[in-house]
Structures are given as structure tokens and as C-alpha cells.
Design a protein around this ligand. Structure first.
Ligand code: MN
Length: 249
């Protein structure tokens, strides 16, 4: 078997400590090539740059900065930098959790989905904002040693979140749900004009449902959540008998 080709990216930017940690963990598993945004592009989901040009800047051996989004990085990584499909696309380690519905906003998760769409095995990694990358690192290694033993169908990725302290183990989890408080904050600028700040100060409240990603990390486990890109709703599709009389009568 030829050497495993591993494409690394993130949404916190090429100079974030999390991607350096991920590169360290990935190194023993193959040839690691990093293509990552040249600045923080968090919460940009799966955005593609369709209306502006993109540049690549090689800042070190197999380390390339891109002025686009995380998904742009994966596309340019695969089609320009590598010139072929990588075996693995690893995204992260994000500074801050990607739990519950945050996976929809996350550029970290968006990049992993793009990796999967490009035919690679793909995972997104995130850690509690006060967590230690040094403590998480051996657990990234453990995950990478084992994840090829479990295949996911097409359009699925692994979403891995590490708790604040040394993980007690891995848990296979579902996606929780969370509520943000004071999501849009209105403030006043020095010229008395209003401006707005999204995010609020209170932070999210997670439901911490049994078996969920949030429950796992708050109980001290590393959460491993399989996610699907197809958002279809099989339980509603099964209700053809209800749909037709209601919509076509
Ligand atoms: Mn981020």
C-alpha cells in the first residue's frame, strides 16, 4: 500500500495552535499536507468563494495558507496542491466545541464534509475552549489508530469533541440541541448609531440529552458523533398517505 495521504485544514486559521497539534498527531500516519485559511474563518460553515479569486501562499514545507474558506482550502488542497484525492481529510482541532446545532455553522465541520464529498475519510476535531491540546493529543492518536476499523456510508463524517480535562474514554454519540441566549445584542457606537453583535455573553445552554455529544463532553468523555450530510427526513417521507390528501386534494 502506498503512503497514506492526509490533508489537514481548519477554520481557526493556519497559525492556530489546534492545527499544529493535529499535524503532530497525524504525522505518524502518513504524508501530511496542510492547506488552511490565512486567518480565522470560524462559523463560515460550508461557504464557497464563487465571486472572488483565491491565492495560495506556501509558508513552509507542505504548509499552505489560502485566503479562502475552509471548504475552499479542501478544494484547492485536493485539486491543486495534492493533485489527487487524499485518503484522510482532518479538520481542527477547533478552539471551542462543535456540539448540537453548532455543526451547521462550523467551518471545521464544513471542511470535513467537503473532504468526504471529495471521497476521503473525514473527521472534524474540536475541544473545550479551556481544554488542553496536550491532553487531547494522545486521544487524537488513539482515534486515528482505530477509525479505519469502522466504515461510514457516503456523506458521513466523524465529529469529535474533547472535554476540558483528560478524557475518561470515547463515547459514540448523537447530536444534542442547544439554545443561545441574548443571541443578537444591540449596542451604540460613539456616534450614537446602533450596531449589532451576534453571540451574546451568556453562551449556549445544551439540552444534554441522554447519549448526546454534549452529555458526553460534560461528563468528561471524548464524544465521537457520526454526522450525515443528507438532511432528508425519512420518518416524514414515510407519510405519503398523509401528504397527498393534504397537499393535492
Ligand atoms: Mn473555529
Amino acid at each position: 500500500m502506498s503512503e497514506r495521504l492526509i490533508l489537514l485544514t481548519n477554520d481557526d486559521g493556519l497559525w492556530a495552535p489546534g492545527i499544529a497539534a493535529l499535524a503532530k498527531a497525524a504525522a505518524p500516519f502518513g504524508r501530511v499536507v496542510t492547506v488552511a485559511p490565512d486567518r480565522n474563518r470560524s462559523a463560515i460553515s460550508s461557504a464557497l468563494s464563487l465571486h472572488n479569486i483565491l491565492r495560495l501562499n506556501e509558508v513552509g514545507p507542505e504548509r499552505v495558507a489560502c485566503d479562502g474558506t475552509p471548504v475552499d482550502c479542501v478544494l484547492l488542497g485536493v485539486w491543486e496542491v495534492l493533485g489527487r484525492r487524499p485518503d484522510w481529510v482532518l479538520s481542527g482541532i477547533n478552539h471551542g466545541f462543535n456540539l448540537g446545532e453548532d455543526v451547521f455553522y462550523s467551518g471545521t465541520v464544513g471542511a470535513a464534509f467537503e473532504g468526504r464529498l471529495q471521497g476521503a475519510r473525514a473527521a472534524a476535531f474540536s475541544i473545550h475552549p479551556g481544554g488542553s491540546l496536550d491532553l487531547a493529543l494522545p486521544w487524537v492518536t488513539r482515534f486515528l489508530e482505530r477509525w479505519e476499523t469502522m466504515d461510514l456510508p457516503a456523506n458521513r463524517i466523524w465529529n469529535v469533541n474533547f472535554p476540558k480535562d483528560e478524557p475518561k474514554g470515547f463515547r459514540l454519540t448523537g447530536q444534542d440541541s442547544r439554545a443561545y441566549h441574548d443571541l443578537v445584542e444591540r449596542r451604540t457606537d460613539p456616534r450614537s448609531m446602533p450596531y449589532y453583535w451576534i453571540g451574546g455573553d451568556a453562551g449556549p445552554t445544551y439540552a444534554k440529552a441522554a447519549g448526546s455529544d454534549a452529555e458526553a463532553v460534560f461528563e468528561g468523555y471524548a464524544s465521537v458523533t457520526p454526522l450525515r450530510l443528507d438532511l432528508g427526513c425519512p420518518e416524514t417521507l414515510a407519510r405519503q398517505a398523509d401528504f397527498h390528501p393534504a397537499f393535492n386534494a
